[in-house]
Design a protein around this ligand. Structure first.
Ligand SMILES: [Mg+2]
Ligand SMILES: [Zn+2]
Length: 170
């Protein structure tokens, strides 16, 4: 199957410093339209996020899962289906292979969901997102934020707004 894999913070939802409550979830204004169109075009949607705040002690794993349940609930209310939200809870020092740009979860996507990298996209706002997508042979889409305009990581496509990603689907 073909897929769109999204980073969470700064991509689908507003970037908050270690978001720790469902009340703080704020979807990008373009997210619902974009996700609906992507589904309509026959892609499956996944989210892949680094959440080292768990191991840093800023919030619990239960809290992360509560936040993700709330995200999925709001998407369901918008009639959007997301297959799964994968998260890495490890501290960078633990050197796990699920923290982006580690490819543990993408291997699962290939094995368990039969994801075809060459017809799939990785969308994110950071270098680690682009590195991971590239490493796995996917098309990479960078959502460029104001803060990093001078040092843009390399990507197949670069957009300044999530809405503009719709152009890829036309
Ligand atoms: Mg991000
Ligand atoms: Zn990890």
């Amino acid at each position: 199957m073909k897929a769109f894999i999204f980073d969470r913070d700064g991509t689908l939802i507003e970037n908050r410093h270690y978001l720790s409550t469902p009340m703080g979830i704020k979807f990008n204004p373009c997210a619902f339209d974009l996700l609906r169109t992507i589904r309509h075009c026959g892609y499956h949607i996944f989210v892949l996020t680094n959440q080292s705040g768990v191991r840093r002690g800023y919030y619990s794993r239960e809290r992360i899962e509560e936040i993700h349940r709330e995200m999925l609930l709001r998407l369901t209310q918008e009639k959007i289906r997301i297959e799964k939200i994968f998260y890495c809870e490890h501290h960078p020092n633990e050197r796990c292979n699920c923290r982006k740009p580690g490819d543990h979860f993408l291997k699962i996507l290939r094995r368990r969901y039969d994801m075809e990298p060459e017809s799939s996209y990785f969308v994110g706002d950071r270098a680690e997102d682009m590195l991971l997508g590239k490493k796995c042979g996917m098309k990479t889409v960078l959502l460029r934020s104001n803060s990093q305009k001078d040092q843009t990581p390399s990507a197949d496509y670069v957009f300044d707004s999530l809405c503009a990603i719709l152009n890829l689907l036309k």
